[in-house]
Design a protein around this ligand. Structure first.
Ligand code: UDP
Length: 315
């Protein structure tokens, strides 16, 4: 049994991770400001004596009495409508100050710490698929930069705490992920399309829908994340964790509509600025170092996610 801190623990990825860690018998402190997360995501855990929720914003330092073995540093809004606009400065603070505060905590506690970085560090990629060695093509003053550059700075902090402060780090770059415990109002493409189809609303395609993404089911991500955290080879990353199955946004809409009988029509909206044209992980490093590969394809993952949204929509 390990003592594990999960920041962003009530969010989509964090809550899935908390469920897994509690099921494995660990003691979990779930820390969140509930800006995009929700206590309802961990409702099934709150009675467990090995689970503790702490309301806290990682922009501020944090400490605890108990020893810590592991820190999963996940806290950050990750959906464009939530991380951009008037929240942009808050997003960069969360990425950078949140990383600093958690790295200081890891140093004090002697804990291993994992950072959830992102495929966004590759920006508008000029190399396809993207290996970890690709250094990216980010617009540093664009509307996505608050998140992209925040995460890039956090990666730099993690590696410098490793080099100069002796902190045991792990860094993963997460590609588009979907599944249960996503917030239906989150604004991301998979949750939007499924919820729109279930409600009989029109499907909102941004641009012509020809841009691509590679969609990973949440259970695959959690498995890759835990393997990365627990690898004892001292492999610090960064490592891509994503599903290389690549689809246009129109193909995704077609798959969703084929699974949910509805009157929904496709409606086209302007493409947001700096929206990446294509995105696909090269996952050979994860295969080599972690023996990891995704196991859930898009069709199967959509079925599970649709079942989840059917249960919660209207509640
Ligand atoms: N998108 C869309 N309709 C929506 C939401 C998103 O067409 O209702 C597009 C968006 O422009 C982007 C892709 O789907 O090209 C993935 O968007 P998401 O916000 O899910 O993730 P990210 O852009 O961060 O990869």
């Amino acid at each position: 049994m390990k003592n594990i801190l999960v920041t962003g623990g009530t969010g989509f990825i964090g809550s899935n991770l908390c469920h897994r860690l509690i099921a494995e018998g660990h003691r979990v402190i779930c820390l969140d400001n509930n800006y995009t997360g929700s206590l309802s995501n961990v409702a099934g855990l709150t009675d467990n004596p090995r689970f503790r929720f702490v309301e806290h914003d990682v922009i501020e330092p944090w400490d605890c009495e108990e020893p810590l073995d592991r820190i999963y540093s996940l806290a950050c809004p990750a959906s464009p409508p939530f991380y951009q606009g008037s929240r942009s400065i808050f997003t960069t603070k969360t990425c950078v100050l949140g990383a600093l505060n958690m790295l200081e905590l890891a140093k004090r506690k002697g804990a291993r710490i994992l950072m959830s970085s992102t495929s966004e560090v590759y920006g508008e990629p000029t190399q396809h698929p993207q290996p970890e060695s690709y250094r990216g093509n980010v617009n540093p003053i664009g509307i996505r930069a608050c998140y992209d550059e925040g995460k890039r700075c956090a990666e730099s902090l993690f590696f410098n705490y490793n080099r100069y402060e002796g902190v045991d780090i792990r860094v993963i770059r997460i590609f588009n992920t979907y599944g249960p415990y996503m917030n239906p109002e989150d604004g991301r493409v998979v949750s939007n399309f499924i919820c729109q189809a279930l409600r009989g609303e029109d499907i909102s395609i941004y641009g012509q829908g020809q841009q691509t993404r590679s969609f990973q089911y949440i259970d695959d991500l959690i498995e890759g994340m835990v393997r990365m955290m627990e690898n004892e080879q001292g492999f610090v990353g960064p490592v891509n964790i994503g599903n290389p199955g690549e689809f246009t946004i129109l193909q995704l809409a077609e798959q969703v509509l084929a699974k949910i009988p509805s009157q929904s029509k496709l409606v086209y909206h302007p493409l947001p600025a700096d929206d990446p044209t294509q995105r696909k992980p090269d996952i050979s490093l994860a295969a080599e170092k972690l023996g990891w590969a995704p196991t859930v394809n898009l069709s199967e993952g959509l079925d599970r996610t649709i079942a989840y949204f059917r249960r919660i929509i209207g509640k």
